[in-house]
Design a protein around this ligand. Structure first.
Ligand SMILES: [Zn+2]
Length: 129
């Protein structure tokens, strides 16, 4: 009966180990064909715990990057919103400016636009109604 129990825990442990490799193969498609051993070699680590530490490190670096990226966005006063054609959308820092453009488009081109807040909170965008 103890054997059954320990087998279960070994299985669970193995699954836990596999999980890291599965995650890596899924996230990094260029590693998807590698065996567990090759993945360890790739990261230049010798054990699973080293690999896990390495992954934690990567996660931390990525988090920092995202933070820096947010700062950059603030500095640029810009965003990466795109329109349906994949072009960057024009950003209006002030609502009045956006409203002026709506008026202008209607008066000159009979194009009806509406404004909406940028999801990154950088300003306002216009969309066709
Ligand atoms: Zn935006």
């Amino acid at each position: 009966m103890n054997l059954k129990k320990s087998l279960k825990s070994i299985k669970r442990k193995m699954y836990g180990k596999e999980k890291v490799f599965i995650t890596i193969r899924t996230v990094y498609t260029h590693l998807s064909d590698l065996s567990n051993k090759e993945i360890l070699d790739y990261y230049n680590v010798y054990s699973l715990s080293e690999l896990e530490q390495h992954i934690e490190h990567i996660k931390m670096v990525l988090r920092d990057k995202v933070e820096n990226y947010k700062e950059e966005l603030k500095e640029l006063d810009s965003c990466f919103c795109m329109d349906s054609r994949g072009d960057f959308k024009y950003l209006y820092p002030s609502k009045q400016e956006a409203e002026r453009q709506i008026k202008f488009s209607w008066e000159t081109k009979r194009v009806k636009l509406k404004l909406y807040p940028c999801p990154f909170h950088c300003g306002w965008h216009l969309a066709k109604v």
